[in-house]
Ligand binder design. Structure first.
Ligand code: ADP
Ligand code: MG
Length: 223
C-alpha cells in the first residue's frame, strides 16, 4: 500500500432521484499533486467533490485513500480523515463569527493537534502571505468577502491535511483577491507537499494546475 495514490475513485455512480449525475467516473491523485476540474453548471462538480471528501454517500463504485477502501472505514477512521487528511474550501466558507481571522485559523490548528505556539506561527505566516497581516485581528463580519475567503483558504492551507478540496474558491472574489489566492495555492511553502483539487471557472487558476479535467456526461475527460 506504500505506493498507492493518495486518493483513487473507481466507477463512481451518483443519482438524485431519477437523474444520474455521475456515471462510472474514475479519478486518481497522488501525494503533492494538484488538478483542476471544470464543467458546466449542474454537471456534478460539487457532487463529485463531496463524494471524494466522504461528505456525501456514493451510490456505487469505490473510493480508496492510500489504498484503503473507504467502505471499510470505521467512524474513527472517518474522524481521523476529516481531522488529519482532508480539508474543504467552499465558495463561501463558514467562519466562526465570534472569533478573529487569526483565531479562526488557530482553532482549526488546535483541533488538528498543533501547540499554541506552532498554531500561532503557522496561522500568522499564512495569513500574512495572503495579504491579511493588518486584518487578522478582525472578526469575519468586519472583513470583506475576499478577506473572509482568504481566511478560509488560509485555514485549510495552514492545516496538516494532505489533500485540500476547493469548490470554486475564487468564485466570489475580485481580481486582486483572486490573484493573492492563486499565489497562495501555487507558492506557499505549506502547500508544497499537499495535494489539492480545485473546481473552478477561473481559467487563470485552472491553467496553473498540473492536470486539468472536464466533467461532462457524468465522467471526467482530460483536457
Ligand atoms: P455543479 O457543482 O457542477 O454545478 P452540482 O454537483 O451542484 O453541479 O449538481 C449536479 C446536479 O445535481 C444538478 O442538477 C443539481 O441540481 C443536482 N443536485 C445537487 N445536489 C442535489 C441534492 N441534494 N438533491 C437533489 N439534486 C441535487
Ligand atoms: Mg458546484
Amino acid at each position: 500500500m506504500g505506493d498507492a495514490p493518495l486518493l483513487r475513485a473507481e466507477n463512481l455512480h451518483k443519482s438524485y432521484g431519477d437523474v444520474e449525475i455521475l456515471k462510472g467516473l474514475d479519478f486518481s491523485i497522488g501525494k503533492g499533486e494538484n488538478c483542476s476540474i471544470v464543467g458546466k453548471s449542474g454537471s456534478g462538480k460539487s457532487t463529485l467533490l463531496n463524494l471524494l471528501a466522504l461528505l456525501d454517500r456514493k451510490d456505487g463504485g469505490k473510493i480508496y485513500y492510500e489504498g484503503k477502501d473507504t467502505d471499510a472505514f470505521s467512524e474513527k477512521d472517518l474522524v481521523a480523515l476529516r481531522r488529519n487528511t482532508v480539508s474543504f474550501v467552499f465558495q463561501n466558507s463558514l467562519l466562526l463569527e465570534d472569533f478573529s481571522a487569526l483565531e479562526n485559523v488557530m482553532i482549526a490548528l488546535f483541533i488538528a493537534g498543533f501547540s499554541k505556539k506552532e498554531a500561532w506561527e503557522r496561522a500568522t505566516e499564512v495569513l500574512e502571505s495572503v495579504g491579511l497581516k493588518d486584518r487578522m485581528n478582525h472578526r469575519p463580519k468586519e472583513l470583506s468577502g475576499g478577506e473572509r475567503q482568504r481566511t478560509a483558504i488560509s485555514r485549510a492551507v495552514a492545516s496538516s491535511s494532505s489533500l485540500i478540496f476547493l469548490d470554486e474558491p475564487t468564485g466570489s472574489l475580485d481580481e486582486e483577491a483572486r490573484f493573492s489566492v492563486e499565489n497562495l495555492l501555487f507558492s506557499s511553502p505549506y502547500l508544497q507537499k499537499k495535494a489539492f483539487i480545485i473546481v473552478t471557472h477561473d481559467s487563470d487558476l485552472s491553467l496553473r494546475t498540473s492536470k486539468r479535467y472536464l466533467l461532462k456526461g457524468g465522467v471526467l475527460e482530460t483536457v
